[in-house]
Design a binder for this molecule. Structure first.
Ligand code: HEC
Ligand code: HEC
Ligand code: HEC
Length: 141
């Protein structure tokens, strides 16, 4: 099922190739270039409140796991960075009740948000590493 999803996304990416610009935005191990029109923003979303820092990557969810935009937008999340962070209930309690990330990270769709904390919580050091990497990338351009 997952393989099939990945293959059809790959086929779709090939079909869209002539329409897409800039094929040099990075890529996965298989060599497929990351296309933001197909997979969403490449830069990770990083939340710093109430705790620092939680990471969300479109790549993991769209390109790797084969989810389409409609699985999250706009029922669970708005297509605007910072929207969720403004909500008072953007907390583990809500996530455990199946809101936000917990809509899937519930132990049946994918791993439960009450396990593997550090997949999402990269901490203060993780945040610093990310900022350094992004600064280096900026300099390389
Ligand atoms: C698994 C859930 C999920 C999927 C699937 C998903 N997104 Fe998102 N998206 C998010 C989250 C979470 C945010 C951050 C929202 C916030 O900060 O309130 C976001 C934010 C965005 C933003 C605004 C942030 C920015 O960096 O510009 C855009 C644009 C976006 N998504 C586009 C897409 C597109 C296009 C797709 C499909 C190719 C997609 N998303 C699929 C969860 C998802
Ligand atoms: C629509 C369903 C869905 C939603 C909503 C969702 N995820 Fe995911 N997430 C997935 C799937 C599917 C995977 C891939 C799991 C796997 O391969 O084991 C995944 C994987 C991940 C991973 C990678 C874990 C690893 O193995 O390293 C992280 C981190 C993650 N999600 C964070 C988040 C965060 C943070 C949110 C909320 C902002 C979120 N996800 C919302 C479906 C979702
Ligand atoms: C699927 C992703 C994900 C996983 C797994 C996850 N969290 Fe979170 N966590 C979030 C998000 C999103 C927020 C809200 C944004 C922020 O605080 O930066 C959050 C916020 C929090 C907060 C502050 C808000 C509150 O609820 O008090 C604490 C504490 C927390 N997490 C602890 C944990 C612990 C402990 C675990 C493991 C048992 C865990 N989290 C696993 C995504 C996750």
């Amino acid at each position: 099922m997952r393989i099939w999803l990945e293959m059809s996304i790959f086929a779709m990416a090939l079909l869209l190739q002539p329409l897409s610009h800039a094929a040099d935005k990075g890529g996965n191990q298989a060599g497929e270039p990351y296309d933001e029109d197909t997979y969403g923003p490449q830069a990770p979303t990083v939340w710093v409140k109430p705790v620092k820092s939680v990471i969300f990557e479109h790549r993991v969810h769209t390109m790797d796991a084969g989810l389409d935009c409609g699985s999250c937008h706009d029922d669970l999340f708005e297509m605007s960075s910072g929207a969720a962070a403004e909500k008072d209930d953007f907390t583990m309690a809500a996530i455990y009740k199946g809101k936000y990330c917990g809509s899937c990270h519930d132990g049946s769709t994918v791993y439960n948000a009450n396990t593997r904390c550090t997949t999402c919580h990269i901490g203060v050091r993780g945040h610093q590493r990310l900022e350094r990497a992004q600064a280096e990338k900026g300099r390389a351009k």
